[in-house]
Structure formats: C-alpha cells, structure tokens
Design a protein around this ligand. Structure first.
Ligand SMILES: [Zn+2]
Ligand SMILES: [Zn+2]
Length: 294
C-alpha cells in the first residue's frame, strides 16, 4: 500500500471536489479556473503513480529486521505514537526538501503550480526514489514500527493534505493552533520573501511552532504562488526533471568539487557569491541567491 494506491481509492471523491472547487471559482468568485494547469497536474500525477512502482523500501525493511523494539499497532496509544513519530519525520523530510537542493529537485515539482487549488495537491514529483525521500522514515522502522504501518500512515498523511490546497477555505479558528490548514499551506506554497520556506507540517502545525518555521497568513500580504523561477511549460517531463537538469548543468560548470557539492546539497538557488556555501538552514530566503530576472 502506498500513497498512489490510497489516492486511487479516493480519486472519485477528489475529482468531485476538484470540479466543485472549479465551479465555485468560476460561478461564485467570478474568476477564471486554470483548466490547463490543472490537467498538467493530472499528467504529472500519472507519472508520479508510475514512479511509485519502483520499490524504495528495502532500507526500511533492513531497519525493521534490526529494530530495537516492536511497537505493534494494536492499541490506540500506539497508533497515536506512530502518528506523532510520522509527523516528526515528515516535518524533517519536508524541511530538508526545501533547504537541501538534492531533495528540492524532487519536491519542487509540487510547488510549480502558479494557481493554488485542489489540483495542485496531486502534482507530485517522480524522482523521490532517486532523492531517497523515504530515508527520513527509516528510523521509525528501526524504532519498531512495521514498514507497512509506516507507509500506510504516510499515505494517509498525504491524503489528508488534499483539502488544504485551496483558497476557498478561510482561517479555521482554534484549529489553526494545532492542525495544518488551508491558510497555513497557502503560506507554505508562497514564493514571497515574507512567507517562503515556512509551515512544513503534514497534518499538524505544532512542529513548525516548536522549531521556529511557522508563519501566519496575513491579509495585507497576498500570497504569490509557484516557484521563484517559473518553469513556464506544460510538458510534464520538463516539469518533473527541470531542477535535476539545472543541477547537472551547475555541477558540470563548477570550478571545484567543493563548489559541485554546494550545487548539490546547499539550499536551492545557491550561487557562488561567497567563497563557501552556507549550511542548509531552517528558514531561508531563496531570493537572496537569485539574480534579477532569473
Ligand atoms: Zn513543500
Ligand atoms: Zn502542498
């Protein structure tokens, strides 16, 4: 069981919600719905589904065989424990996916839509297996959670995140304190310097509050969605591989192996402005590294 399988089960519901949202945007908000971008997201989602057929969980099974305890999912307490551990792992996976270019190469695909709606939720990268995104969840198997329970929990976590990709739902009162909501996730998808690289949580927002990466959506600062370097293409292959190609070009053009490593593992858009590359930090302003017009 993985996200693609669970997402397939939810597909009819997701399609109804996507069409309802489109109807509300056109009929109620009197705005244009980005049909083309939405269909491109669907084609990227098909590629993501195909890429999930590559098994990436061998390391997780290895860790499970060398686990230090066994935490079976036979009580609500243990289910809750798995949920919190998954959220913690997801937070760090997501933070690394924004601040380390190697992981950003896969994750940037999800941030490429310039309109924010339900269809953006299923625009997911194809190369998570190459980046090794599942590494962040391996310690859970070593702690004693069964790999199947981890992967299913992760899939449910991502399924939860479908409904937070919309501009139609306003702030939700006290829920904003604990849960990742549409308002928090609008901030997460922003390219504005005021918001960029914040709100990494999956279902919960508590780890962002704890680790200093939380930002609140402000009415006076409208969100600008998408990447700081718009791809301007509807070709799903170009969208899925764009950052990897940029990385390869940068590494080939590097003057030293240290510079090559910085292009791979420093924050996205690092440029050789200083003599050394900064370590990936929690919050960063990618614009700092961009030259005008890029
Ligand atoms: Zn993200
Ligand atoms: Zn998202």
């Amino acid at each position: 069981m993985n996200f693609s399988n669970i997402a397939l089960k939810f597909l009819p519901l997701f399609l109804i919600l996507i069409l309802t949202e489109a109807f509300l945007i056109v009929g109620w908000k009197k705005q244009k719905y980005p049909w083309q971008e939405s269909l491109v997201s669907l084609s990227v989602a098909i590629g993501h589904h195909a890429s999930q057929m590559i098994p990436t969980s061998a390391l997780m099974i290895f860790a499970w065989h060398h686990r230090i305890s066994t935490i079976s999912i036979d009580s609500w307490w243990n289910v809750f424990l798995l949920f919190i551990c998954l959220e913690f792992a997801y937070y760090w996976y997501h933070r690394a996916s924004h601040r380390i270019r190697w992981f950003w190469a896969s994750h940037s695909v999800h941030h490429s839509p310039e309109k924010f709606n339900f269809s953006a939720a299923y625009r997911l990268g194809w190369t998570g297996g190459i980046s090794g995104s599942s590494l962040f969840f391996v310690p859970l198997a070593w702690l004693g959670f069964e790999p199947l329970a981890i992967v299913t929990g992760m899939a449910l976590n991502l399924t939860y995140q479908f409904w937070i990709h919309t501009e139609l739902i306003p702030k939700l009162g006290f829920l904003e304190l604990i849960f990742n909501t549409p308002s928090h996730h609008r901030v997460h998808h922003a390219a504005n310097s005021e918001y960029i690289d914040r709100n990494y949580g999956g279902v919960l927002i508590i780890f962002d509050r704890l680790f200093g990466t939380y930002a609140e959506e402000k009415v006076e600062i409208p969100v600008i969605y998408g990447l700081t370097y718009p791809i301007k293409s509807n070709n799903p292959f170009k969208i899925a591989l764009y950052e990897w190609i940029k990385i390869i070009k940068d590494v080939i053009g590097a003057d030293s192996w240290q510079e090559g490593c910085c292009y791979l593992f420093a924050p996205p858009n690092w440029k050789k402005l200083n003599s050394s590359c900064s370590l990936p930090t929690a919050i960063g302003n990618n614009h700092t590294y961009l030259e005008q017009g890029e």
